[in-house]
Design a protein. Structure first.
Lengths: 695, 672
C-alpha cells in the first residue's frame, strides 16, 4: 500500500462547517428517541446480539473490508472462502445459533461460498429427507463433513421447473438412478457454492421410471472427491465466471455423463420409488413446500427494508453534510445550502425513507400472518397446489388464508425487491458524483442485491399468480360467496359502492387512504375480469394488465400493513407521542407519494378526483417533506446500522465524509503504488517495476 | 482438454435456427436502414475497415478483463491506450478513425482528458502566445495533460471552489495553495497516475488596489501547471496527487485527487485569452464575453445527447436477440405440446424492451437535431451573435438530463428483462452499464440542470405574457405567444408542456413562490419540455424523409407512435390534467401500445441488426448475431474462467484455501 501522505496534507481539515458539526445540528433539531425506535424496529435482544458480534468480528484481519473493491475475481473468492471458514470456526467456538450466524454473515456484508450449503442444502435435506437420509446426509452436512448446494436452474431453464432437462432414470435391475445431462442447455447453472466449494449437490432432475416421466425430483449426488476435491469421473463442474455482483460467490455449472447413484439418494420424505415394485409413490404433503416459499418471500420483504435502509442512511447523512449552491431566495452571504434542503433531493430520499419503514412493517405483518397460519396449514393441507407453474387460475378461492398469504407474498416480494433495488440506485444518484465511488458503499450493495429482483421467480412472472388469485376471488364475490378474507372484502366493498362512487377523503383521513388503495385494486381486478371472462381475451395478451394489477394490489397491502402498524397499540406503547406522530407522517408520505405517482389509475378508477391529486402533489406531499425533513437523520439513525456494516465514507455516523474519502484514496488504494511511463511510444508501462509486466 | 461436454448441443430449437426464422419473417432491409442511421458520415465504412485491425491485436482481447483486479485492469487499460495511440500513427488514422478504434475496444481511455478537455481548454482559453508554446507540446504528446476543476467538496458550483491562486507581486508568481482538505481536486480524469501537466482551476486572489495587504477573489480561473517530474514521473515537491480508488465503472480511468502546498507557478501559467493579470501592477482585466465559458460544457452535453442512441442500441440489441432465443413456459391458451414460448412473445417482456427499441430511433433523430442546433449556434457566436446561446444551453441541459436517463435506465431495464443470465458476465451489459451510470450525475447532475431549462422557459413565458400579440422572435417565443392567445379563448385544447410552462411562470412570477418549493414542479416541466422536443423531432424527421423504402418507413412510423404513446401513457395524468388528451383517448392508450408492439415485434431482430453493432463490441454471449447463446456461455465458463484452474480446500477447520498450497491461508492474509 502507498505510504501515508506528508504532514502538510495530514494537517488539512475540510472547510467548515464540519460534517460532524452538521450532523450534530441535525440530531439536535429533532426529539425522536432513537433508542426506543431502534428497539421497536429490531428488538433489544437483536441489537445487543449484533453489538457483541461486531466487537468480535471487526478486529479480525481476515474480515477487513478495505480491499473488497480492488481485488481480482480469483483473489476475491479465495478471500471470501477464508472469511467463510473463519466464521464457521467462530460459530463453533462460540456455539452460535442460526440467527447469530446469519447476523454475523450480514455484518460481513458479502455472500460467502458456504452460503448455499448453510441455507438451501441443509433446509432441503431436513425438509425432504427421511430419517434414514437425515442420518446418511444431514448429520454429516451439519458438521460440514460434506458440503453441498442446491442445483435446480439450468443453462436453458429458470423459473419453469417443469422444463428442466437433467434426467434421473430408475434402473430396476441394480436399483440405482442414472443422472444424465442430455444436452448443453441441461447444464446446471447459477448454482451457488457449487463452482469451487461443494462436494455434494441436491440435483433436481426429471424422474423417469420405465420410460415414463414423473416430473422433477431431488437427488443427492456427490460431485467431488472428498480427499482431492477434484470432480468425480463423468461429472463436469466449475464456476460460471464473473458477474455484475455477487462475485464472492462461486455460482457453478454442472453436467453429468450417465452417473449412477443408489436408491437412497433420492430424497424420499414426500415421494419415492418403491425398490421392490418399481412403482412411484405420490407426494404426501406438498403444501409444506408451498409454506416454505411463502416464508422465504416474507423474509425477502423484511430484508428489502434493511437493504434500502442502508442506501437511505448513507444518502441522508451525506446529503446533510454535502452543501452546494446558495439558496436563490436567501441572503447571498449565507453559506452553501445543505443539499438535503433542496426539494428535489427531498422528493427522492424522503419517500424512500418512508418506504423502508413501510417495507419493514409489511414484512413484520407477513411474518405474523405466516406464524398464525403455520398450525392451520399443517392440519389441513391442500394437495393440488404444488405442481402449478405460473399460469392457470385453478386455485380454490374464498376464505382460504393460505391462498391469501401466498398471493400476498409473491406480489409483495416483487414490489419489495424492486423498491429496494431501484431505491438504492436512486440513493446513489442522489449522492451526486461521489455516489459513483465504490467508497460510497451503495454501488457494491446494489450490485449484490440486484439478483433478488430476478431470482425466486422473476418479478414479472410472479405477478401472474397474484392476478390469477384476484380473478378467482372476484368470481367468487360475484357469485355471492361470503367475503371472509381481506381480499374478498375490498372487492365486495367496491361492488357495494360502485354506483354511488368513492369520495374518499385521502387528504385528511388516513383510513380513507387505505380504502382508496383497496378501491383501485378492486377496480383493476374487475376490469381484468371483464377482459378475461366477458371479452374472452387471451391470457398472454393480458399479462401487462396483470402486472399492473399485481403492483396495485401489493401497494395496497403495503399501505394497509403500514397503517395497521402505525395505529397499533404496540407502537403507541413503545414510542413517545411525537415520534408516533412522525410515523403517521411517514405513512402518509409513503401512501400519498405512491398515489401521486400512480395518479392516472387512481383517477380513472374513480377513487379520487383530479383536484385531490393536484392538491396531493402541490400541497400535501410538499408539506410532509417539510415536516419530516428535520427528523431525517434521526430517522435513519434509528435503523442502527453500524458503520462497519455500511462500509461507506459518505454515510459515516460521525459525518467525517471527506476525511474518510481522502484516507481511503490515498492510503488504501493500490493503484497509487504504480508509477507509470505515460508516453505511448514507450512500451514499458511502469517506471517502478521490471520491464516485463504481467500483461 | 477434450471431455464428454464437447459433444453436447443445446436443446432444439437452438439459437441459430430461431434467429434465422426471426430474420426471415421481416421485410426490413437492414443494410438500407443501417446506412440511413449511421452511413452519412462514413461511420459504418470506418467500422468495417477498422474492426479487423483491432481484432488482430491480442491486447484487445476482452476474454479476461472482467476477472482482473483494479491495478491489473488499469494497467491493461494503459497498455491498450498506448497501442491505440501508436496504431494511429502506424495506420495514419484521422481522429475520427482513431475514435472508432477506441469505440470498438470500449475502454474509457486514460488519455481521454489529454485528448479532449486539456487541449480544448488550451485552444479556447490560452492567449496566442501561450498557444504557440503549449499546443505543439500537447499535439506531439511530449507532455500529457489533464483537466482539474472539481474538488472533494465542490462539484457543479464552480464559484465555490477553494483552491487558491494568490498573486505574489514581489516575485510576480502565482502561489497555488489548498487551504483545506475539501479543496483537494477530486474526480479529475487522466491525472491520478498518467498526466504530467494539468489545467488547474483556482480562485484568483489579487491584492486589493486600495488596501494592498488585502486580497480580493476574482473567481475561478484556469492555470496550466506541471505536476509530475518529466523523468521520474513522481509528483513535484509541494504537490500530492494520486488515484481516488475503485468506482462503479470507469475502471480504466485514473480519476485523481490533488493538493498543493504553497506551490509557485509563473505568471505565464494563467490562461489569458479572456482575462489577464498585469504582471507589473497586479491589475485584473475582465473577460469580454463571460457567456463563452459555458460553451464547452454545452459541447460536452450535446455530445452526450448524440451518443446516447448507440449505447442504448447496444443494450437493446442484446435484449432483443436473447429474448428471441430464450424460451420459457408454454402458451397457456395454446396447445401444450410445442416448445416453450420465445420470451419476446410475452407482452410483459415486450413492454420493457420494445419501447426502448423505439427509443433508440427517437434518440437518434434528437441527437442529430442537437448537433445541428449546436453547430448553427456556434456559427452565430463566432459572428458575435449570442441570441441562440440561451436556447442551445437550455436545450442541451434538458436533453442531456432526459437522454442519459433514458439510456442509463434503458440498459438496466434490458439487463433485467433477460432474467438470471442478464446478471452474468456473459450478458455484455455489465461494463457498459457500470461505465454509463456515471452519466446521470456528471457534467451537471440530471436533477440540478433541469433548473436551467425551467429558468429559461419561465423567462420566455414571462416575455410572451408581456406581449402576446407581437410576432414571435423565435420558435419557443412564437409557441408560447400562441398558447397565451389560445388560453384567452375557452374550451381550447392546450399543449401539455406549454401549460406546464405557464403554470411554472404563474407560480414563480405571479405568486412569487420560492424557488426551492418549485423545484419538483420545475423538474417535471423540464422533462415535459424535453419529451416534447424528442417527439417533435422524431415526427419531423420521418415526415421530411424522402429516401427510406416503404417497409422501413412503415415500421419507423410505428416506432414513432410507440415511443410517443408509451411516453404519454407514463405521464397520462399530466396529459389529462392539462386537457391535452381526453380521458377516453387516454384509456385506449394501453391497447394502442399493445397493438403497436405486436406490429413491431416481427421486425425486432432486424431492427436491432440495423444498428450494425459488431459482436466484438457487444462482447456478449446473449446478444451474439448468430444466436449461439448457450455454446458461448458455456465456453466462457468452461475455457475462459481462471477460477476453474484452482482447486479449493472446502473444510472450515483447515485454514488452507488453495488445495496443495499448504500455506494455511497466509497467502491471502499477506495481501491485506
Amino acid at each position: 500500500m502507498p505510504s501515508p501522505p506528508p504532514d502538510w496534507v495530514k494537517a488539512l481539515k475540510p472547510s467548515g462547517p464540519q460534517g460532524s458539526e452538521l450532523l450534530q445540528q441535525e440530531r439536535a433539531q429533532s426529539n425522536v428517541d432513537v433508542e426506543r425506535l431502534s428497539e421497536l424496529l429490531h428488538t433489544k435482544e437483536n441489537l445487543e446480539r449484533r453489538a457483541s458480534l461486531l466487537a468480535l468480528l471487526q478486529p479480525e484481519k481476515v474480515f477487513d473490508k478495505s480491499q473488497n473493491h480492488t481485488l481480482g475475481r480469483v483473489e476475491r473468492l479465495q478471500r471470501s472462502l477464508a472469511k467463510a471458514k473463519r466464521l464457521q470456526q467462530l460459530a463453533e467456538e462460540h456455539k452460535w445459533s442460526m440467527q447469530e450466524l446469519h447476523a454475523a454473515n450480514d455484518l460481513i456484508g458479502e455472500p460467502t461460498p458456504y452460503g448455499l450449503h448453510a441455507s438451501m442444502f441443509l433446509v432441503t435435506l431436513r425438509e425432504q429427507g427421511t430419517p434414514e437420509q437425515h442420518k446418511l446426509f444431514l448429520e454429516r452436512a451439519e458438521k460440514y463433513e460434506i458440503i453441498g448446494c442446491y442445483a435446480q436452474t439450468e443453462l436453458g431453464h429458470g423459473s419453469n421447473v417443469r422444463g428442466l432437462e437433467t434426467t434421473a432414470t430408475w434402473n430396476s435391475n441394480d436399483k440405482t438412478f442414472t443422472i444424465n445431462s442430455p444436452t448443453l442447455t441441461a447444464s446446471k447453472w447459477w448454482i451457488g457454492s457449487l463452482g469451487r466449494t461443494a462436494n455434494h449437490a441436491v440435483v433436481m432432475a426429471q424422474l423417469f421410471i420405465d420410460g415414463k416421466n414423473y416430473g422433477p425430483h431431488p437427488f443427492v449426488v456427490q460431485v467431488r472427491d472428498l480427499e482431492t476435491h477434484l470432480p468425480l469421473d463423468n461429472v463436469y463442474v466449475g464456476d460460471i465466471g464473473p458477474k455484475f455482483g455477487y462475485n464472492t460467490m462461486d455460482n457453478g455449472f454442472l453436467l453429468f455423463n450417465n452417473v449412477k447413484v443408489p436408491h437412497v439418494n433420492m430424497l424420499a420424505r414426500f415421494c419415492q420409488v418403491d425398490k421392490e415394485t418399481n412403482q412411484y409413490a405420490k407426494p404426501a404433503m406438498p403444501s409444506l413446500v408451498f409454506g416454505t416459499m411463502t416464508w422465504v418471500r416474507a423474509n425477502i420483504v423484511l430484508d428489502a427494508g434493511g437493504v434500502l435502509a442502508r442506501g437511505v442512511t448513507i444518502a441522508t447523512r451525506y446529503c446533510a453534510v454535502r452543501r452546494q449552491f446558495q439558496d436563490r431566495d436567501a441572503d447571498p452571504h449565507a453559506g452553501e445550502t445543505q443539499v438535503l434542503n433542496y426539494k428535489m433531493v427531498q422528493v427522492r430520499l424522503l419517500p424512500l425513507l418512508a418506504s423502508m419503514y413501510a417495507l419493514h412493517f409489511t414484512g413484520r405483518g407477513m411474518m405474523r400472518l405466516y406464524d398464525e397460519n403455520q398450525s392451520r396449514m399443517k392440519a389441513a393441507s391442500s394437495p393440488d397446489q404444488e405442481s402449478r407453474g405460473a399460469g392457470p387460475e385453478q386455485l380454490r378461492a374464498g376464505a382460504n388464508l393460505l391462498a391469501d398469504l401466498h398471493a400476498t407474498s409473491c406480489g409483495l416480494k416483487a414490489l419489495a425487491s424492486t423498491t429496494a433495488g431501484e431505491g438504492l440506485e436512486i440513493c446513489r444518484r442522489a449522492c451526486g458524483g461521489h455516489g459513483y465511488s465504490s467508497y460510497s458503499g451503495i454501488g457494491p450493495a446494489y450490485a449484490d442485491y440486484l439478483p433478488t429482483l430476478t431470482w425466486e421467480g422473476d418479478n414479472y412472472m410472479l405477478t401472474q399468480q397474484v392476478a390469477r388469485y384476484l380473478l378467482k376471488s372476484a368470481r367468487a364475490v360475484l357469485a355471492g360467496k361470503p367475503a371472509r378474507n381481506d381480499t374478498s372484502q375490498i372487492l365486495q366493498a367496491y361492488l357495494d359502492r360502485r354506483d354511488k362512487g368513492a369520495s374518499f377523503d385521502v387528504l385528511d383521513e388516513d383510513k380513507d387512504i387505505v380504502a382508496a388503495f383497496g378501491w383501485r385494486t378492486a377496480h383493476l381486478t374487475f376490469e381484468a375480469l371483464k377482459h378475461r371472462d366477458a371479452e374472452q381475451r387471451s391470457w398472454n395478451s393480458l399479462l401487462v394488465d396483470f402486472w399492473r394489477l399485481s403492483t396495485a394490489h401489493s401497494q395496497y397491502l403495503m399501505v394497509k400493513n403500514f397503517y395497521e402498524a402505525v395505529s397499533s397499540p404496540e407502537l403507541s406503547g413503545a414510542l413517545d407521542p411525537e415520534t408516533k406522530g412522525l410515523m403517521h407522517q411517514l405513512f402518509r408520505l409513503f401512501s400519498l407519494h405512491t398515489l401521486e405517482r400512480e395518479a392516472a389509475e387512481f383517477f380513472s378508477s374513480g377513487a379520487v378526483t383530479v383536484r385531490q391529486i393536484t392538491l396531493t402533489r402541490t400541497t400535501a406531499v410538499l408539506k410532509l417533506l417539510d415536516d419530516i425533513r428535520p427528523h431525517a437523520v434521526r430517522l435513519v439513525d434509528a435503523w442502527a446500522i453500524p458503520d462497519w456494516h455500511l462500509d461507506s465514507s459518505l454515510g459515516r455516523y460521525d459525518g467525517k465524509v471527506y476525511e474518510d474519502l481522502f484516507r481511503r484514496a490515498s492510503e488504501e488504494n493500490p493503484v497509487n503504488d504504480l508509477v507509470f511511463d505515460p508516453y505511448p511510444w514507450n512500451s514499458a508501462l511502469l517506471k517502478n517495476e521490471p520491464a516485463k509486466s504481467k500483461l | 482438454m477434450p471431455d464428454f461436454t464437447d459433444n453436447l448441443r443445446p436443446s432444439q430449437p437452438d439459437g441459430p435456427t430461431t434467429l434465422t426464422r426471426e430474420r426471415q419473417q421481416s421485410n426490413i432491409a437492414t443494410e438500407e436502414l443501417g446506412q440511413h442511421l449511421l452511413g452519412s458520415d462514413g461511420f459504418l465504412e470506418r467500422q468495417a475497415r477498422i474492426l479487423p485491425i483491432i481484432q488482430q491485436e491480442p491486447l484487445f482481447s476482452k476474454d479476461q478483463q472482467q476477472n482482473l483486479s483494479r491495478p491489473e485492469r488499469f494497467k491493461l487499460g494503459v497498455a491498450r491506450a498506448k497501442i491505440l495511440r501508436r496504431m494511429r500513427d502506424l495506420h495514419k488514422w484521422s481522429y475520427l478513425e482513431y475514435q472508432m478504434a477506441e469505440y470498438l475496444v470500449d475502454d474509457v481511455s486514460p488519455y481521454f482528458l489529454h485528448m479532449e478537455m486539456f487541449i480544448t481548454t488550451v485552444r479556447e482559453q490560452a492567449s496566442e502566445e501561450q498557444q504557440s508554446y503549449w499546443l505543439p507540446l500537447i499535439e506531439s504528446w511530449k507532455i500529457i495533460g489533464a483537466y482539474a476543476q472539481t474538488e472533494l467538496g465542490h462539484g457543479s458550483n464552480v464559484s465555490g471552489l477553494e483552491l487558491e491562486a494568490r498573486w505574489d507581486s514581489r516575485t510576480r508568481e502565482f502561489v497555488l495553495h489548498s487551504p483545506t482538505l475539501t479543496a483537494s481536486k477530486w474526480w479529475n480524469g487522466s491525472l491520478g497516475r498518467l498526466a504530467n501537466h494539468a489545467i488547474v482551476v483556482a480562485q484568483l486572489l489579487l491584492p486589493d488596489p486600495s488596501a494592498p495587504d488585502q486580497y480580493v477573489s476574482h473567481g475561478p480561473h484556469p492555470f496550466i501547471v506541471q505536476v509530475r517530474d518529466m523523468k521520474t514521473h513522481k509528483p513535484l515537491n509541494g504537490i500530492v496527487v494520486g488515484d481516488i480508488g475503485p468506482k462503479y465503472g470507469y475502471i480504466t480511468m485514473d480519476n485523481a485527487y490533488m493538493l498543493f502546498d504553497q506551490f509557485r507557478i509563473p505568471h505565464s501559467a494563467m490562461l489569458s485569452r479572456y482575462s489577464n493579470v498585469d504582471p507589473s501592477t497586479g491589475i485584473y482585466t475582465k473577460p469580454e464575453k463571460p457567456a463563452l465559458v459555458y460553451g464547452s460544457l454545452t459541447y460536452v452535453r450535446s455530445n452526450m445527447v448524440h451518443r446516447a442512441r448507440l449505447v442504448l442500441a447496444r443494450a437493446v440489441t442484446v435484449a432483443v436477440r436473447y429474448s428471441s432465443v430464450r424460451r420459457q413456459f408454454q402458451d397457456r391458451d395454446g396447445d401444450k405440446m410445442g416448445p416453450e414460448m420465445s420470451v419476446l412473445d410475452y407482452p410483459t417482456v415486450q413492454i420493457r424492451i420494445l419501447p426502448l427499441l423505439a427509443t433508440t430511433f427517437a434518440l437518434h433523430y434528437t441527437g442529430l437535431a442537437m448537433q445541428t442546433v449546436y453547430k448553427s449556434a456556434r456559427q452565430d457566436i463566432e459572428k458575435g451573435n449570442f441570441n441562440s446561446l440561451a436556447h442551445m444551453h437550455s436545450m442541451s441541459s434538458g436533453l442531456k438530463s432526459l437522454c442519459t436517463i433514458l439510456a442509463a435506465d434503458g440498459i438496466e431495464t434490458c439487463r433485467r428483462a433477460m432474467g438470471g443470465h442478464g446478471f452474468g458476465g456473459g450478458s455484455g451489459l455489465i461494463q457498459v452499464n457500470n461505465d454509463y451510470l456515471s452519466k446521470p450525475t456528471v457534467e451537471g447532475d440530471n436533477w440540478m440542470i433541469t433548473q436551467q431549462v425551467a429558468a429559461y422557459v419561465i423567462k420566455k413565458m414571462t416575455a410572451a405574457v408581456g406581449s402576446p400579440d407581437t410576432p414571435g422572435v423565435d420558435e419557443t417565443d412564437a409557441r408560447f405567444k400562441g398558447f397565451i392567445r389560445n388560453k384567452r379563448r375557452p374550451g381550447r385544447t392546450l399543449e401539455t408542456n406549454n401549460r406546464q410552462a405557464y403554470d411554472a411562470y404563474e407560480q414563480r412570477v405571479i405568486k412569487k413562490r420560492n424557488w426551492n418549493s418549485l423545484l419538483i414542479q420545475l423538474h417535471k416541466l423540464s422533462r415535459a419540455q424535453s419529451e416534447s422536443i424528442i417527439v417533435t423531432t422524431f415526427f419531423d424527421a420521418l415526415s421530411n424523409d424522402k429516401t427510406l423504402s416503404t417497409p422501413i418507413k412503415t415500421v419507423l412510423w410505428d416506432c414513432y407512435r410507440l415511443f410517443a404513446l408509451y411516453t404519454m401513457e407514463n405521464e397520462s395524468f399530466e396529459f389529462f390534467r392539462t386537457n391535452a388528451v381526453s380521458q377516453t383517448d387516454l384509456n385506449s392508450l394501453e391497447s394502442r401500445v399493445q397493438d403497436l408492439m405486436a406490429r413491431i415485434r416481427p421486425h425486432a431482430v432486424k431492427l436491432v441488426d440495423s444498428w450494425m453493432i459488431p459482436d466484438y463490441l457487444l462482447d456478449s454471449a446473449l446478444g451474439r448475431y448468430d444466436g449461439r447463446v448457450y455454446e458461448d456461455l458455456f465456453n466462457r465458463a468452461h475455457r475462459l474462467n481462471p477460477l476453474n484452474r484452482i482447486t479449493f480446500n472446502p473444510n472450515y477447520w483447515e485454514d488452507e484455501i488453495v488445495k496443495g498450497s499448504g500455506d494455511n491461508g497466509r497467502g491471502i492474509l499477506a495481501k491485506l
